[in-house]
Design a binder for this molecule. Structure first.
Ligand code: PLP
Length: 273
């Protein structure tokens, strides 16, 4: 993606997401990817997690009205050409983000595309979204998504479909599209049976398949955030959704190759310094 010239105002995008004190995932991963992709990243913080390489030991959610005000403040002055959501913590925050996105003209069928990464738990299984928030995700946020990017655990929680092969992966993409997402990316990275990681993209019309060799590393903290952030960056630069997903898959593959150990647990993907 093109880098801005010196003193030129870059393309802007906003992440609406949680902070990772360990610096591996969440806002910290999004901001690094945005910087490396020539995008000025703005932030609406939704939650502050207490986290290191071993997992998330707690979090404090931000007042939903303050999340909305961060979004309004950024859009009214700085302006953005794409946005993404990550950890949203509660149904109250999901409802606030969805309503504010409508108010500000962010989401599918608007000039500002919205990438919804339906974060529900960390790789260690720590909950990042309240159990009762799944309904709000399905009914108010997914219908606003230009692109929704669940992994297979999130697919099961959202659609009830257990993806085990190509056929069920397609069925999951169709269901996410039927819920109102313009495009659904069903990430195959958690399908441990395959030596490839195949992501499937669907918009109600055509399926696009993105096969990449599986990269074997335990240091993959923040990979999902990084994929969604890279899609957001490519959209902010004016790329189409299939082009953005193609770019983001290549980006995350390289980030996984460069991932490094950190602490005693899982290290983060490296955003390619
Ligand atoms: N912490 C925050 C704030 C996140 O947004 C996410 C993922 O989206 C995670 C942790 C979990 O990342 P991982 O699944 O790589 O552990």
């Amino acid at each position: 993606l093109p880098a801005p010239a010196p003193r030129q105002t870059p393309v802007r995008a906003m992440t609406i997401a949680g902070s990772d004190s360990g610096g591996g995932a969440g806002i910290q991963a999004d901001m690094r990817t945005m910087a490396m992709c020539g995008v000025h990243g703005c932030v609406a913080v939704t939650a502050v997690t207490v986290q290191n390489s071993l997992g998330v030991s707690g979090f404090s959610a931000i007042d939903p009205a303050v999340v909305a005000d961060q979004m309004r403040s950024v859009v009214s002055d700085i302006g953005i050409s794409a946005a993404k959501t990550g950890m949203l913590a509660s149904s109250a925050i999901i409802e606030s983000v969805a309503a504010t996105a409508s108010e500000l003209g962010i989401g599918r069928d608007t000039p500002i595309p919205l990438v919804v990464d339906p974060v529900s738990a960390s790789m260690h299984g720590d909950k990042l979204l309240a159990d009762d928030a799944m309904d709000a995700l399905r009914s108010v946020l997914i219908p606003k998504a230009t692109v929704v990017t669940p992994n297979l655990d999130e697919v099961r929680l959202i659609t009830g479909i257990d993806v085990t092969d190509d056929t069920s992966q397609r069925a999951a993409a169709e269901k996410l599209h039927a819920m109102g997402a313009q495009w659904a990316v069903v990430k195959g990275g958690h399908l441990r049976s395959s030596d490839q990681s195949v992501d499937l993209l669907y918009n109600g019309d055509v399926f696009h398949s993105f096969p990449y060799p599986r990269i074997d590393t335990g240091d993959d903290h923040g990979a999902g955030d990084t994929l969604a952030a890279a899609i957001t960056c490519a959209l902010a630069h004016g790329r189409s959704v299939p082009e953005a997903v193609e770019f983001a898959k290549g980006w995350v593959s390289r980030c996984l190759e460069w991932a490094y150990p950190l602490g005693a647990g899982h290290g983060p993907v490296n955003p390619l310094w």
